[in-house]
Design a protein around this ligand. Structure first.
Ligand code: UD1
Ligand code: MG
Length: 453
């Protein structure tokens, strides 16, 4: 990567009215990350760029959310929305700090790829003054058309200002532009609003730069990169494209999926090679899975770290703080929350294990519940290594069960169990010989007398 300094201006002052939402448009999420977060992440991926974020409606909320994701950022409010050229100048104080490269991107194009930003910067490093990222949409209506001559970009004509012949051009402005830092401000200040919309068009810098004999070029990127989100429909379409990219990336990196179209990742899911994902799995944020693990069908996993060669599901739910060591086994209808599960421990069926530590090789029987909450506070359950907890036991926290201990099925455990002990927490069974015969006779007689009434 180049050692040139860079500032990326993200324009996010749009109203977003078509989202029909009280949440600012750029804070709607794709794969659990706000739209503008995806843009910031791509910018960071390209390396070495500071960010200037231009915001309008919901400025405070947008600022807070983006600051939580990236640190090298300044936020600028565009009070009046007078066009993209005007919006970039809202970040004038940041631009004035002096950068080799200035990149302008839209805050509502979450599928922008790091490689597109790198391509633009390479062109600047190669001597261009302005680089415009073009694409060929299926339907160019509504986009600025790129007018080229002898390999140079001489103008961008907005739909509303275009002649009939210009409207026939299929090569369009994606909205992403890179400018040489030392001349950017002077060019931006020369933009006027004498056009069909009465706006300050950023795109006008192309003609202005040409009139000064500067070198302006367009390069083509894939249409996905510049898909803008205006409605919830487009939000869902972008989510689908994002998920497909991620599935592809995962499979090429060694993750097996039988039905990739039914597996949904979060923006930050980390999975090692040789993990198998069965159909219908949903990942929330903060999941990592080590090699050799199998996630069986219909599992929901969030905020969990899973060691190597573990087996999860089918129908498992791992909630935040689930921390599973290698070879752990979490079976069907088991919920784990804020719990450390030791190596080789088994939670095979129908359990809730929350706020707990389960030692290595422990066996937690079907229906075991950690009673961790009294309506006010949460308490911890400690289960030692190689313990055996019989089916349908309630472990009333705070409580601990020592290493190698044994808990009888159906127990309600309210007191600590020492290591190597056997704990019963249930009524003793009684046998009444022949009593079933008597009972049957009595019930049958009752039934007869009812009929007779
Ligand atoms: C713009 C381009 C057009 C390109 C198209 C690609 C201009 C003049 N036109 O048109 O060539 O083909 O994008 O999608 O640049 N914004 C602000 N403040 C403003 C105006 C806009 O922050 O005052 C932000 C918006 O939030 C949005 C972006 O800039 O993220 C683009 O604005 P928009 O109004 O959508 O521009 P288009 O007319 O689509
Ligand atoms: Mg637009």
């Amino acid at each position: 990567m180049t050692s040139r300094t860079c500032l990326t201006v993200i324009l996010a002052a749009g109203e977003g009215t078509r989202m029909k939402s009280s949440l600012p448009k750029v804070l709607h999420e794709i794969a659990g990350l706000p739209i503008v977060g995806h843009v910031a992440k791509a910018v960071q991926g390209a390396g070495g760029s500071d960010i200037a974020l231009v915001v309008g409606r919901g400025a405070d909320k947008v600022e807070t959310s983006v600051r939580a994701l990236v640190s090298n950022i300044t936020v600028h409010e565009q009070v009046e929305r007078l066009g993209t050229g005007h919006a970039v100048l809202a970040a004038q104080s940041a631009i004035e700090a002096g950068y080799d490269d200035i990149i302008v991107v839209f805050g509502d194009t979450p599928l922008i790829e790091t490689s597109a930003l790198e391509m633009a910067r390479e062109k600047l490093a190669g001597g261009s003054d302005i680089v415009v990222m073009g694409f060929r949409p299926e339907n160019p209506h509504g986009y600025g058309r790129l007018i080229e001559q002898d390999g140079r970009l001489i103008a961008i004509r907005e739909e509303k200002d275009a002649s009939e012949s210009e409207k026939k051009i299929g090569f369009c402005n994606g909205g992403l532009m890179a400018l040489r830092g030392d001349s950017a401000l002077a060019l931006l200040h020369m933009i006027k609003n004498e056009n069909a919309k009465g706006e300050y068009y950023l795109t006008d810098v192309v003609e202005i730069a040409n009139s000064q004999g500067k070198s302006v070029v367009a390069i083509e990127i894939s249409p996905d990169n510049v898909i803008g989100i205006n409605t919830r429909l487009e939000l869902a379409e972008a989510e689908a494209i994002w998920q497909n990219r991620k599935r592809r990336e995962m499979m090429l990196a060694g993750v097996s999926m039988q039905a990739p179209e039914t597996v949904f990742f979060s923006h930050d899911t980390v999975i090692e090679a040789d993990v198998t994902l069965e159909p219908n799995i949903v990942f929330g944020p903060g999941v990592s899975i080590a090699s050799g693990t199998v996630i069986h069908a219909f599992s929901h996993i969030e905020g969990a770290s899973i060691g190597a060669n573990a087996s999860i599901g089918p129908f498992a739910r791992l909630r935040p703080g689930a921390n599973l060591a290698a070879k752990a086994k979490v079976g069907n209808f088991v919920e784990v929350k804020n719990a450390k599960i030791g190596q080789g421990a088994k939670l095979n069926h129908l359990s809730y294990i929350g706020d707990a530590t389960v030692g290595a090789d422990a066996n937690i029987g079907a229906g075991t519940i950690t009673c961790n909450y009294d309506g006010y506070n949460k308490y911890h359950t400690e289960i030692g290594t190689n313990t055996f907890v019989g089916s349908n036991s309630s472990l009333v926290a705070p409580v601990s069960i020592g290493d190698n201990a044994y808990v009888a099925s159906g127990s309600v455990i309210t007191e600590n169990v020492p290591a190597d002990a056997l704990a019963f927490g249930r009524a003793r069974q009684e046998i009444k010989e022949g009593r079933a015969v008597q009972l049957r006779a009595r019930y049958a007689a009752l039934k007869l007398s009812k009929k007779a009434e």
